[in-house]
Design a protein around this ligand. Structure first.
Ligand SMILES: Cc1cc2nc3c(=O)[nH]c(=O)nc-3n(C[C@H](O)[C@H](O)[C@H](O)COP(=O)(O)OP(=O)(O)OC[C@H]3O[C@@H](n4cnc5c(N)ncnc54)[C@H](O)[C@@H]3O)c2cc1C
Length: 432
C-alpha cells in the first residue's frame, strides 16, 4: 500500500501551524534572536510572550507531538511529526513553542523509557510541562565519536555515586535544571557495558562549568556559546539517580539518539525549503544583464538542483518516519543514519546556493541565510559525524551482501549467456 496524501483533518492542522508560525512565532525569532534564547528561562519578557503561545498549542492538541498520549503528547506518530517539523524547523523558537525542542525531546524519551516513577515525577513531568529544560552530557574532550574512549567515571561510595571527570559540548548546560551524564561505572566490562547514565540536578555541588563554548553558528553579539565544557568534580548523587541499569549507558544513548537524529532531519527539510523559497523570490525580483536572475541558466540550474535534492531528501525522511511507525523497533536504524548523512549534504548544497543567488546580501546578517550558513559544519557533527554514520550504513548493506558463487560476478554477461543458451538449447535445436 502506497499513499502520499495527508488526511484532510491533519492538513487543516498543518495549515493552522503554518499561519501561527508566521504570525506569532516569527516575532519571537526577531525580538529574541540567538540559538540559546529559547532556553533562557530568566528572560522574563520572552517568557511572557512564550507562555500564552504554548497554551494555544496545547489547546490545539499540538503540544509535544513526539510523545505518546500517556506522556502528554498526541501519539500522532513520526510521519505526522515529520510533516509538522518540516514547518517548525524554519523558526528558532518554534520547537520551544510546540514542546519539541532538543535535547529535551530525547531526554524526555529516555526518561519515559527507562525512568523510575520517582524520576518521571521529578524530571519528566516538569520537562513535558515546559517548565524546565535539560542537558545531555556525553561527549568528552578527548573524543566524542568513539564512546569507548570515555573516561569520566562514576564510582560507588556508600549509598552514592561519585562522578569524576570532564564533559565537552554539553548543550544548554547553563540553562538546564538537570543533566543526564554518561559515566564509566565498570571500566573492566565489555566495551558497550562500561557506562551508565546518571541524572544530576544542575545545582549539585561539584558541577562546574569551565566555560560555555560557541560554534560558528553562535553570533558573538547574540550568543556567548551554548555548549558547556564541564568538570564533574566528585559530584555526588544517590544510587537511585541511575537512569536504566548499571552498564546500560550505551543502550540508553542509542534509544535517545535515533529519535533526535530523525527529528533533526525533519527540521532540516524546513530550513532547506525556506532557503529555496528565498532563492525563488530573489530570482524573480532582481535583474541583471537585462533579464531576471531566474532567466539565467546558471541560476535555473541552482534552483532545479535544490528543488530536486530537497524532494529526494524529504521523501527519504518521510519513508524513514513511516518505517518507525509501522515496522518493528530498530528497523529504521540504517534509514535514520542515511537521513543524517543526507541532511548535512543537502543542507550544505542548498544553503550555499541560496547565499550565492542573494549575492552580497546573502553574506550579510540581514537575512536568515547567514545563520543557516554558519550552522553548516555543525550538521555533519551533531549526533555523530557523517563518516561514522556512513560506515554504519555501508556495514548494514555489506552485511546482507553474498559473495559471488564463482570466479566472475553474478552479473557477468558471458557466464549468464552460457546459462541462457543452455536454457533454450532445445528450441535452437528444433529451429535448425
Ligand atoms: C552543535 C553541536 C551540539 C552538540 N551537542 C552535544 C550535547 O548536547 N551533548 C553531547 O554529549 N555532545 C554534543 N555534541 C558533540 C557531538 O556529539 C560530537 O561533536 C560528535 O559525536 C563528534 O565527536 P568529536 O567532536 O569529539 O569529534 P571526533 O570524535 O574527534 O571526530 C572528529 C572527526 O574524525 C572523523 N572520525 C571520527 N570517527 C570516525 C570513524 N569512526 N570513521 C571515520 N572518521 C571518523 C570524522 O571526520 C569526525 O568529524 C554536539 C556537537 C555539536 C557540533
Amino acid at each position: 500500500m502506497w499513499d502520499f496524501s495527508t488526511e484532510p483533518e491533519f492538513q487543516e492542522k498543518l495549515d493552522w501551524v503554518k499561519t501561527f508560525l508566521r504570525e506569532e512565532v516569527e516575532p519571537l525569532d526577531l525580538l529574541f534572536p540567538g540559538h540559546s534564547a529559547p532556553y533562557d528561562f530568566k528572560n522574563a519578557k520572552a517568557r511572557a510572550i512564550l507562555k500564552p503561545l504554548q497554551k494555544i498549542v496545547r489547546d490545539k492538541k499540538l503540544w509535544a507531538c513526539h510523545l505518546g498520549p500517556e506522556l502528554g503528547g498526541q501519539g500522532y506518530g513520526q510521519v505526522k511529526l515529520a510533516l509538522m517539523n518540516e514547518l517548525l524547523g524554519g523558526y528558532q523558537w518554534a520547537p520551544t513553542v510546540f514542546g519539541t525542542a532538543a535535547p529535551d525531546t530525547g531526554n524526555a524519551e529516555i526518561l519515559a523509557m527507562f525512568g523510575t516513577e520517582e524520576q518521571k515525577a521529578k524530571y519528566l513531568q516538569p520537562l513535558l510541562d515546559g517548565d524546565i529544560c535539560s542537558c545531555y552530557s556525553m561527549t568528552e574532550p578527548q573524543g566524542g565519536a568513539d564512546p569507548k574512549q570515555f573516561i569520566c567515571a562514576a564510582y560507588r561510595e556508600g549509598d552514592e555515586w561519585v562522578i569524576d571527570g570532564y564533559k565537552w559540548f554539553s548543550s544548554n548546560a547553563r540553562f538546564a535544571s538537570f543533566l543526564i551524564v554518561m559515566a564509566v561505572t565498570d571500566p573492566e566490562a565489555r566495551a558497550h557495558s562500561r557506562c551508565s547514565m546518571l541524572i544530576v540536578p544542575a545545582d549539585t555541588p561539584g558541577v562546574k562549568i569551565i566555560r560555555n563554548v560557541g560554534t560558528l553558528a553562535n553570533a558573538p553579539e547574540l550568543d556567548d556559546g551554548a555548549h558547556a565544557y564541564i568538570h564533574y568534580d566528585k559530584v555526588r548523587v544517590p544510587l537511585d539517580a541511575m537512569l536504566g541499569g548499571p552498564g546500560e549507558g550505551f543502550r540508553v544513548a542509542q534509544a535517545r539518539l535515533g529519535g533526535g537524529r530523525i527529528h533533526h532531519a525533519m527540521r532540516t527539510v524546513a530550513k532547506c525549503q525556506k532557503a529555496i523559497d528565498m532563492m525563488l523570490e530573489r530570482a524573480v525580483s532582481r535583474t541583471t544583464q537585462g533579464k531576471r536572475l531566474g532567466d539565467h541558466q546558471f541560476v535555473q540550474g541552482m534552483i532545479a538542483d535544490s528543488v530536486i535534492e530537497l524532494h529526494q531528501f524529504r521523501l527519504m525522511v518521510l519513508q524513514t518516519a513511516w518505517v518507525i511507525d509501522n515496522m518493528p523497533h530498530g528497523a529504521a536504524r540504517t534509514g535514520i543514519s542515511m537521513c543524517k548523512v543526507a541532511a548535512a549534504k543537502i543542507y550544505h548544497e542548498i544553503i550555499s546556493r541560496a547565499v550565492q543567488i542573494h549575492g552580497s546580501l546573502g553574506v550579510t546578517r540581514e537575512t536568515p541565510l547567514a545563520d543557516m550558513f554558519m550552522h553548516m559544519p555543525n550538521m555533519g557533527l551533531v549526533d555523530g559525524p557523517t563518516e561514522v554514520h556512513k560506515v554504519g550504513v555501508a556495514k548494514a548493506f555489506l552485511g546482507q551482501a553474498v559473495p559471488a558463487p564463482g570466479l566472475f560476478p553474478t552479473e557477468h554477461i558471458p557466464t549468464k549467456l552460457i546459462e541462457a543458451r543452455k536454457k533454450y538449447a532445445h528450441m535452437f535445436e528444433a529451429a535448425e
